[in-house]
Design a protein around this ligand. Structure first.
Ligand code: PGA
Length: 246
């Protein structure tokens, strides 16, 4: 398992349902991860069927490999699933769990997220656990309550700041081009770190419409330890800039 505390900043790419062999060829020709500063952990999370291909490409790179989800189950009659041990067999060191698209589209609950994170930890894979509020919840002033509920129920009992990463992703900011103000981001991260005492030393990533033009100011915030990047991570030149923004 990677020791999260060894890093200052974490820059994670989430490719979602976007990839092809042509895309990979182009991507790895263009991305430059040689200039990543020491202390920065760069992660690429492709769709699972391309994980081996990416693993070969990443051999000569300082980037780590991540998955976008794992099964609740470890083995058996669960058609279409991939277990944490299968991710391990395929060189995954990180795995995103509880992304809002999985919570909203696939009905994943915080209880499911917790079980998945437990499965991952048991296999020595670091979970990146996502939480975030909808626009309606933000407008109702309930962001902090929602986050408290999600965090309390999604993190396994034996989690530690060295094994688990938290990603705060306001749902209304994902893929929308909208980003909370810097004050809002810092305030929410500070709430998670300071008010919910348990998560004091955890690394907390911000996610939602991060791009090379806004990443520096977000990473400079006191309570932000990295970013989780969707759309902008699909462009290798753009993602190279984001990796080098620390
Ligand atoms: P976005 O996605 O960067 O395209 O907004 C972020 C995410 O969903 O992790």
């Amino acid at each position: 398992m990677i020791e999260i505390n060894e890093f200052d900043k974490i820059i994670a790419a989430n490719w979602k349902l976007n990839c092809s062999l042509d895309f990979l060829k182009h991507y790895f020709n263009k991305i430059n991860s040689n200039d990543i500063k020491p202390g920065v952990c760069g992660i690429i999370s492709p769709p699972l069927v391309y994980i081996q291909n990416c693993s070969l490409h990443l051999k000569s790179s300082s980037l780590f490999l991540g998955a976008q989800d794992c099964s609740l189950y470890n083995k058996g009659a669960y058609t279409g699933e991939n277990s944490a041990s299968m991710l391990k067999d395929n060189n995954c060191q990180f795995c995103i769990v509880g992304h809002s698209e999985r919570r909203q589209i696939f009905g994943e609950t915080s209880k499911d997220v917790k079980k998945k994170a437990e499965n991952l930890i048991n296999q020595g894979i670091n979970p990146i656990i996502c939480v975030g509020e909808t626009l309606a919840e933000k407008n109702a002033g309930s962001t902090k309550n929602i986050l408290y509920e999600q965090l309390s129920n999604s993190l396994p009992e034996k989690s530690s700041s060295n094994s688990i990463i938290i990603a705060y992703e306001p749902i209304w900011a994902i893929g929308s081009g909208l980003v909370p103000s810097l004050e809002e981001i810092n305030d929410i991260h500070s709430y998670i770190k300071s008010d919910i005492n348990k998560f004091k030393n955890y690394k907390i990533l911000y996610g939602g419409s991060v791009k090379s033009s806004n990443v520096k100011e977000i990473l400079n915030l006191e309570n932000v330890d990295g970013v989780l990047v969707g759309g902008a991570s699909l462009d290798p030149i753009e993602f190279t800039k984001i990796l080098n923004a620390c």
